[in-house]
Design a protein around this ligand. Structure first.
Ligand SMILES: *Cc1c(COP(=O)(O)O)cnc(C)c1O
Length: 428
């Protein structure tokens, strides 16, 4: 038994036990030599796989690791809390500190709840919006990802103002029909949807900077239109900042642009790599949540002390004044360097960059919505990804993902990345 297992590759064992060999579909990609790599450990900006090969990492756990892997202060906080117990099922001082910290830096979150993932946060935010308004419909934007619950795994129908169809088997069409999908950055399409369905719309959920179709920033006036229309029709604006919160800037991106959403969802950076999510909003809305009100939401691990200790430790480090300035400078150097080198080799390339998020697109102009993202040369992106991986640089495997830069990425790392890209672009 033992020796038989020993002869099998990890990949063979994984594919027998997990669908596609993975526990989340984005992890299903071929590594160097054709098989996925399995990570043994990670430090700073580098992953080390089971064969000992090391990769400069721009996936960074898909966003949470803004300080890099295994940051000393985060690890210390986890270790110290673990020694005092892993879960209590009773409130802790740590949770209160975390709640106060988030509320102090995100104005919208007058009250909030800690949960375990971004999916849980957006699911509950929509439930609150429906509970508060007594309405059924929600609006999302094409190419945005808000988690894998039924209401949000929805694709647009044929036209901009049609009811949604399921994006996954197992989502009943009756549920999909409650979600309307509009192109990102299309204020007119959003207006048309409100004109037709406005009195049934409970919420508009939007990433203030889209990150799940690759990075796509909002055009001038787009977020303002969401604010104005939701207000006009009595719907709630849910700013889904699971990816962007504390990533593009300290706190909320919508707020940093002078806007005031009704509800906000957070995860990723606030957990530092541990499972932490949060939803927050005006006191009147959060008071609708059980046990105070009729909107039910619960969780065995919500506010887990080890996870919260990790998140708080990271938040305290990134609260330092110059943190985001330096991070953004380095991200800009990388983004502009990639475009310059691509063009030097005659490639149609463009980049979207916001704070420490960026995506390189194989098309001549930066996309503003999902349709334009899909018009980029996806096959060329895949060859770029594999070329970079062979040179020990781990970029997001999908052309629809964002690359994340952490404070552990050095100027030398960026330079090494640009040199690798130069060599790869020559072969594309
Ligand atoms: C990652 C993400 C989610 C889902 O979060 P999970 O923790 O993976 O459930 C939701 N919304 C946005 C904007 C995200 O980037």
């Amino acid at each position: 038994m033992q020796s038989e297992t020993g002869r099998e590759s990890l990949w063979e064992r994984a594919t027998r036990i997990f669908p596609g060999g993975v526990n989340s579909p984005v992890r299903s990609f071929r590594g160097v030599g054709g098989q996925p790599f399995f990570v043994r450990e990670a430090h700073d900006a580098y992953l080390v796989d089971e064969t000992g090969r090391s990769y400069l990492d721009y996936v960074m756990g898909y966003g949470p690791l803004i300080l890099g892997h295994a940051h000393r202060q985060v690890v210390k906080a986890v270790r110290e809390q673990a020694q005092r117990g892993l879960a209590y099922g009773v409130p802790t001082q740590l949770e209160v500190e975390m709640g106060e910290f988030l509320s102090a830096s995100v104005r919208t979150a007058e009250m909030l709840r800690l949960v375990n993932s971004g999916t849980e946060a957006t699911m509950t935010a929509l439930r609150i919006a429906r509970g508060v308004t007594g309405r059924r419909l929600v609006v999302k934007f094409a190419g945005s990802y808000h988690g894998h619950h039924d209401s949000l795994l929805i694709k647009a129908g044929s036209g901009a103002a049609t009811l949604g169809v399921p994006d996954s088997a197992g989502v009943p069409p009756e549920i999909a029909a409650l979600t309307l999908t509009v192109p990102y950055n299309d204020a007119e399409a959003l207006r048309a949807v409100f004109q037709q369905y406005g009195r049934d719309i409970a919420a508009v959920i939007a990433e203030p900077v889209a990150g799940n179709m690759g990075t796509v920033p909002p055009v001038a006036g787009f977020l303002e239109t969401i604010r104005a229309l939701t207000q006009q029709y009595g719907a709630l604006w849910v700013s889904d900042e699971v990816m962007t919160g504390y990533r593009v800037n300290f706190g909320s991106v919508a707020e940093s642009r002078g806007l005031n959403p009704d509800l906000i969802t957070l995860a990723k950076v606030i957990g530092a790599g541990m499972p932490v999510g949060a939803y927050g909003g005006k006191r009147a809305y959060l008071e609708q949540v059980a046990p105070l009100g009729p909107v039910y939401q619960a969780g065995t691990f919500s506010g887990n002390p080890v996870a919260v200790a990790a998140g708080l430790a990271q938040l305290h480090v990134i609260a330092q004044e110059r943190f985001y300035l330096e991070l953004e400078e380095r991200t800009k150097t990388l983004a502009q360097g990639l475009v310059e080198r691509g063009r030097r080799h005659g490639l149609d390339v463009s980049v979207n960059q916001q704070g420490a998020m960026m995506t390189l697109f194989f098309r001549s102009t930066p996309p503003r919505n999902f349709a334009q993202v899909q018009q980029s040369d996806q096959d060329r992106y895949r060859r770029y990804f594999h070329g970079m991986l062979e040179r020990n640089v781990f970029m997001p495997p999908s052309p629809f993902e964002t690359a994340f830069i952490s404070s552990a990425h050095t100027d030398d790392d960026v330079e090494m990345t640009l040199a690798a890209a130069d060599a790869v672009f020559r072969t594309l």
